[in-house]
Design a protein around this ligand. Sequence first.
Ligand SMILES: Nc1nc2c(ncn2[C@@H]2O[C@H](COP(=O)(O)OP(=O)(O)OP(=O)(O)O)[C@@H](O)[C@H]2O)c(=O)[nH]1
Length: 199
Amino acid sequence: MSEHEPHDVTREQAEEAVRTLLRWAGENPEREGLLDTPRRVVKAYRDWFSGYQIDPGEYLRRTFEEVAGYDEMVVLRDIEFESHCEHHMAPIIGRAHVGYLPTNRVVGISKLARVVDAYARRFQVQEKMTAEIARCIQDNLQPVGVAVVIDASHECMTTRGVHKRGVSMITSQMLGSFRDDARTRSEFLDFIGINRGKR
Ligand SMILES: Nc1nc2c(ncn2[C@@H]2O[C@H](COP(=O)(O)OP(=O)(O)OP(=O)(O)O)[C@@H](O)[C@H]2O)c(=O)[nH]1
């Protein structure tokens, strides 16, 4: 299910847009090596931006209630993702760390990675993506708290513009107990290795 209005752009129009960009860059889209490029680019876009066809909350609907009294933090760290920045449409490559403190609803752990991917496969701003992941988990699982930390590098500033390699951006969104209780937040940051400079 899409959260967005269906668009009215055809595959042919999308491929023509790629040809226009190739011409604009100084290329001849009719030369042999580029003939299939528009088709490949459009196919790649279907993959990179497949998140628009997904409702991330759907992944969190199936929960396990019998968790034998487990009421401590669940953390999934080092979730690798690829996204694209909405400013330059350039790749954002990074890792997300997600934690939550369940009430009685625990979710299959792969679903947290699926939620990250569903938001990553859209045009993004890192701060927005961080907040969206946290909000989705909070709204669907209603845990005591949620924490999301994202550490990513932005190719819009490594391969162009200011050209700063090796720079990564860290964002965090803490909700509920992770926001209100310094010890809970600190335990999460210890788990993901940020508190003691392990990364
Ligand atoms: N805060 C934030 N900034 C981002 C993100 N992705 C890209 N940017 C920045 O968005 C800004 C866009 O700046 P503009 O001045 O409009 O664009 P520009 O002229 O191409 O800027 P330069 O990149 O400095 O050459 C740049 O500073 C990017 O580094 C993001 O996820 N979060």
